[in-house]
Structure formats: structure tokens, C-alpha cells
Write a protein that binds this ligand. Structure first.
Ligand SMILES: [Zn+2]
Length: 306
């Protein structure tokens, strides 16, 4: 790569009829604002477009790198259930490709580290892994993350980015909605803060379960936060919907979430929130002793009841 490759956009270069190699093309990213942004410039700006402020998607690891103190964190090993329980057509192949592409076993990664010196457990969904869809493996990862937070008495922060549940796992995927909600309940019984950052997009079963249950709900600017898609609603209500319908700003204005926070302020905002919430916890602990609880016990009890 030389300075010409770095600073001259592919479009301009094409005027000189020079054929770009694949490698050169990959140096630029096309943004929502139709501008081509140099990849390094985008990464140095937390993957936020310098021209229009669009917040581009991050992988789970990229999210951890910009969120934890000094980019230091430990990714936890989470249980991996049997693949493709329903033998859904082409699903095994898709899993294999996604694992090769993302170097993750499923869409959710859990990590342990610090934020401004506060020990935290963080989960993040990777949209590159089958649209961040939740099935048994993601459900297990989420629950493992919550159990880790309870065992180590840390707050739990989750960055959601998903189209919903995995259709390839049918009812097993839908069951994860209840299981993750029960897990969040255990976290709350232990008076540990749960903060959710909804990134673009947070939709379907994810928005209808664990993502909406944070003590504080934060949206990244312009993120789509919804259950059903815009077109489905439009066709049902037969009315024109506002242009900003289902954006984080719209959802906040209608009381669905608490804050819309730019990525560059995410660390400082959550750090401030946690310091307030944890102080509250100390006050509570003086008057009441929390019973240690195990998520697996609760889940077992629930499944027996069913
Ligand atoms: Zn842009």
C-alpha cells in the first residue's frame, strides 16, 4: 500500500482506468451517506462515519476492544450445545461458514474485564454470525455470562445486535427467550446492575426478551429498535409511518428506552451509571442479605414445572 492507495478513493482512481485489486477495494467502506470511507479512518473513529456520524456495526471482539480499559479483557468459554438439532436444510453448512468467517462458535461472546476500574461482565452479539440470531448456543452463552456476573458479583453489560431468533432451531430458539429472561431475573435478585446497549439492529425475539429488561436501556444513534419490521406494521395499520419510526431516537421519545448515546461517550456514560448503581447496591446490602442463587437451579425448577 502506498500513499496513493491510502488517500485516493477508488472512484477517483477509476477515472484513470486503473483496475483495483481486491486488497485495495477492501481498504474502503461504503457508508449509508454514500461516501466511501477509508477503513483505517473509520476504525480510528470507533467505526463511526466521520462525514455523517453513522454508527457502523462492530464484531463482538471489536466492541470489547473499544469498551474495556486498555483493550484488556478475557473472553470466557461458554457451553456449546449440539449443532443443528432439527436437521434444518443447509444450516450445518451455514454454521460452518459463519464460524470460519467470524472465528466465533456462535453469535454471542462474553468477556470479563474492567471499565474505569470497575470489574464487569460484558456480552456482545456479532451480526456477521447469521445476523446475530439467537439459538441454543447464544442462549447458553448469555446465561453463562449472567451466571459469571452473579458468581463474581459484577454488573452485566450487554450490546445487542440481532435480527431475532434462529428460524433453523424453531421452538428451541424461541425457548431461549424465556430462559434468558429467567437469567436476567436471577441477576436482579442479586441486586447486580444490568445495562443494555441496543445497537443497530435490535429486533425480533431479542427486543422481545432479554434486551428490553436492562435497568438502564441505551440506544446507539439511529439504531433500528423494533419487534416487527416497518413494512409489516405499515401494511397492518395502513397508515403512513414517521420517517424516524423505530429508530433509537423515536423509541426514546416514546418511552421505550432511557438514553441515546454516541459511541464515543459510551464508556464514560456507563461508567458513571455503574458507579451510581453500585453505590445504591452497597446501601441495600446493609439492610438486606441476598441469597446466592444459581440460574441452572431455577431453570431446572421451571422446566420441571412445565
Ligand atoms: Zn457516512
Amino acid at each position: 500500500m502506498n500513499w496513493i492507495t491510502k488517500f485516493i478513493k477508488p472512484k477517483i482512481k477509476s477515472l484513470f482506468k486503473k483496475k483495483l485489486s481486491d486488497n485495495n477495494e477492501a481498504l474502503w467502506i461504503s457508508c449509508e451517506c454514500k461516501n466511501l470511507v477509508y477503513k483505517d479512518e473509520l476504525y480510528n473513529n470507533l467505526s463511526v462515519c466521520p462525514s455523517c456520524g453513522f454508527h457502523h456495526k462492530l464484531t463482538s471482539e471489536e466492541r470489547f476492544k473499544i469498551f474495556f480499559d486498555n483493550k484488556k479483557f478475557e473472553i470466557l468459554e461458554t457451553p456449546l450445545p449440539k449443532d443443528d438439532p432439527l436437521k434444518f436444510p443447509k444450516y450445518s453448512e451455514k454454521l460452518k461458514q459463519s464460524r470460519e468467517k467470524t472465528k466465533q462458535t456462535d453469535a454471542i461472546l462474553i468477556a470479563d474485564g474492567n471499565l474505569d476500574g470497575i470489574r464487569i461482565t460484558v456480552g456482545a452479539q456479532n451480526f456477521n454470525f447469521i445476523g446475530g440470531a439467537v439459538g441454543a448456543a447464544s442462549g447458553e452463552a448469555f446465561i453463562h455470562g449472567i451466571q459469571h456476573a452473579i458468581n463474581n458479583k459484577t454488573p452485566f453489560i450487554f450490546f445487542s445486535c440481532s435480527g431475532g431468533q434462529k428460524m433453523q432451531e424453531g421452538a428451541i430458539a424461541l425457548m431461549q427467550m424465556t430462559r434468558t429472561v429467567l437469567a436476567v431475573n436471577e441477576l436482579k435478585k442479586n441486586s447486580l446492575p444490568y445495562v443494555v446497549v441496543m445497537t443497530n439492529p435490535t429486533t425480533g425475539g431479542v427486543s422481545a426478551s432479554f434486551a428490553m429488561l436492562g435497568d438502564i436501556l441505551i440506544g446507539e444513534p439511529k439504531s433500528v429498535i423494533a419487534f416487527a419490521g416497518r413494512r409489516v406494521i405499515q401494511n397492518t395499520v395502513k397508515e403512513d409511518l414517521p420517517e424516524d419510526f423505530q429508530t433509537a431516537e423515536f423509541v426514546k421519545d416514546h418511552g421505550g428506552i432511557d438514553l441515546v448515546v454516541e459511541r464515543k461517550y459510551m464508556r464514560s456514560t456507563i461508567s458513571t451509571l455503574l458507579s451510581i448503581l453500585l453505590k445504591k447496591k452497597e446501601v441495600q446490602n446493609i439492610s438486606e442479605v441476598n441469597e446466592e442463587s444459581s440460574i441452572s437451579e431455577t431453570l431446572q425448577k421451571t422446566s420441571k414445572a412445565v
